[in-house]
Design a protein around this ligand. Sequence first.
Ligand SMILES: Cc1cc2nc3c(=O)[nH]c(=O)nc-3n(C[C@H](O)[C@H](O)[C@H](O)COP(=O)(O)OP(=O)(O)OC[C@H]3O[C@@H](n4cnc5c(N)ncnc54)[C@H](O)[C@@H]3O)c2cc1C
Length: 412
Amino acid sequence: MNLKVDVLVLGGGAAGFFAAVNAARLNRGLRVALVEKSSKVLSKVLVSGGGRCNVTHHCLEPGILVGNYPRGGNVLRQVFARWGTEDTIHWFGQRGVPLKTEADGRMFPVTDRSETVARCLLTEAEKYGVAVLLNTHYDTIRPMEGGFVLKGPGGTAHCSQLLVATGGHPKGEAYRWLEDLGHRIVAPVPSLFTFNLPQNPITELMGVSVPEATVRLTAFKKSSNGPLLITHWGLSGPAILRLSALAARDLNACQYRFEFSIQWLPTLHEDQIRENLLKQQKDFNQSQVIGHLGLGLPARLVRYLVEKVGLDPSKRWSEWSRKDLNRFTALLANDTYQAQGKTTFKEEFVTAGGVHLGDVNLTDMQSKRVPNLYFAGEVLDIDGVTGGFNFQAAWSTGWLAAKGMAGEGSNE
Ligand SMILES: Cc1cc2nc3c(=O)[nH]c(=O)nc-3n(C[C@H](O)[C@H](O)[C@H](O)COP(=O)(O)OP(=O)(O)OC[C@H]3O[C@@H](n4cnc5c(N)ncnc54)[C@H](O)[C@@H]3O)c2cc1C
């Protein structure tokens, strides 16, 4: 099939769809087409958030929002100042998809169904005449006078403006064609994963969680704080996922074999833990340590930690020497593990790396190397922690690209 359009969008994910429907809406004179290489559009939107789609995060201040992007960071401030979370909430709300906020700030459609979000985008595409082509891709893309010519197994396409919204990819080869067009590519590595502890006895506690722990990667001077969950393969939960994102590159470089430590009671200094334990020892001298620790940790975890430090959990407080108490205190403050490998969290992952942000004009997401070529979404060197931040980056960059492509004719 031969195609001739004003705007051609490569990639039918969140960023590509959002850009395509908004470009068509902002400038009704544009002929817009979106091509998707697979047989399905919006597949990540549909599976995201456990089928509920964590659309964005209730963080309305761009300066605070950027703190959730290990890659992209401060340069995103200007992007979010132009299209922030409030704009996303408003955009979906206006189209019959009101969002609700959960206690941790994550925002979902009130229907709790990701189909609602996908259907909204598909309806907009239909309403504004965006042509959607499935099972289509192009092997060669050549800039030429007045636009681009693309050739693939299914035919040729001509367009005046081209948006690349092809998402992240773990392999550098996937970005080669963008490199050939003069862009720098930051080497892609996976982000957002859990830590594997094969055969470690802590995995016998699977299902146990603590509401707050600090996890440290001392070698890389990085740490993260938050809920921690023990699984049958290792450790997971927001504290781990966040740290995996902060240290995505470091951990890739050491092939996911690294030491980390857990501070089980991060709100207490080591001296305070010791004081608390001494008080418990005094008050419950004839009782078993295990039942009278008084620090609010789950009983199974306490038993495991007591055994880890080489003590007998059935002993009474009176049988613990000062040295025992000090050893246990030290473990609570700094419990070390050797991770061996990583696991994807609920199949959710993102790519750290992609098109260098220095090669993109962040006011309209246009390439600084090739005029009329735009970028949006995860193909860029932007990624966030879990919580709706990755979709927000897709909506924001998609919107700016749409505005840029809609150009002078833009009616907003
Ligand atoms: C299972 C899972 C759950 C997630 N849950 C959440 C969540 O709840 N909240 C959140 O914020 N983030 C979540 N994420 C991350 C989020 O989905 C991504 O960051 C976001 O989808 C990126 O959007 P995108 O449009 O840039 O890329 P994608 O969604 O990856 O879309 C890119 C599209 O381009 C197509 N494509 C690739 N190459 C070509 C080509 N050459 N020609 C044509 N088409 C091409 C691909 O097939 C794909 O459909 C999740 C990720 C996964 C994997």
